[in-house]
Design a protein around this ligand. Structure first.
Ligand SMILES: *Cc1c(COP(=O)(O)O)cnc(C)c1O
Length: 226
């Protein structure tokens, strides 16, 4: 399968207001460059180690998205260049991002990850926790982050109606937060990041405007490869 062709055929079916993040985790730079050379610029990685190995070795106009769990003690490694952190799942982590960004005189865009799946293994806040965070005094004082919306992952299941229900639920949470929590300089909700290779069509139907697609672009991942 040709990467440029895969990208092209996905972009053809995406509505114009849906952004495609090419998830390049586990793939070497040479492979990722084929998507870059085809004109793609937004890439997603789920591990800080991998992200900081690849980013300096690749063209500087790439927008790097961190889509996997972020530990507080790793924030300092990515503040210089990360474009959007999709996986903020605690006030503590947001505080650390704010602090590190302030140290660099920057403002970093983030999404809050919401837990919508059955699996307990998936990270994320629930709706009440998101509301508490957005309404907290701590949050209102953070000047170096901007929460741009929400991210979620559906249950890994063949049951498409369950996946649809979970995405629909996240869209409803997003809409009700937009309604209930007034926009401020650091709460500017515009992005709903949901949908991967197996379920991005369902996610878009449910209201996603950012999809994170890996294997449908780059092929299957080999986690055993070095
Ligand atoms: C790996 C990953 C994706 C992409 O998965 P595919 O099924 O390969 O499209 C999307 N989002 C997150 C958070 C991931 O870890």
């Amino acid at each position: 399968m040709e990467i440029a062709e895969n990208l092209q055929s996905i972009k053809e079916v995406l509505p114009s207001d849906v952004e495609l993040i090419a998830v390049s985790k586990t793939h070497p730079i040479g492979t990722i460059m084929r998507a870059y050379d085809a004109g793609h610029r937004a890439f997603g990685e789920n591990k800080v180690q991998e992200l900081i190995a690849k980013a300096p070795a690749m063209p500087q106009d790439i927008e790097w998205h961190l889509i996997g769990h972020l530990q507080t003690n790793k924030v300092k490694y990515i503040v210089d260049f990360v474009h959007l952190v999709h996986s903020v799942d605690s006030l503590k982590l947001l505080k650390e991002i704010n602090k590190r960004a302030a140290g660099k005189g920057k403002c970093i865009d983030c999404l809050l990850q919401v837990h919508i799946a059955d699996e307990t293994s998936k990270f994320g806040l629930n709706e009440d926790e998101v509301r508490l965070l957005l309404n907290s005094v701590d949050f209102s004082s953070m000047k170096n982050i901007r929460v741009r919306g929400l991210m979620g992952m559906a249950t890994f299941t063949e049951d498409k109606s369950q996946v649809r229900n979970e995405f629909t639920e996240l869209k409803a949470v997003f809409e009700s937060l937009k309604e209930d929590v007034a926009s401020t300089s650091n709460w500017q909700p515009e992005v709903l990041s949901m949908g991967m290779s197996g379920d991005y069509q369902i996610a878009i139907d449910a209201g996603s405007n950012m999809v994170r697609v890996g294997s449908a672009i780059f092929g299957a991942r080999n986690y055993n490869a070095d």
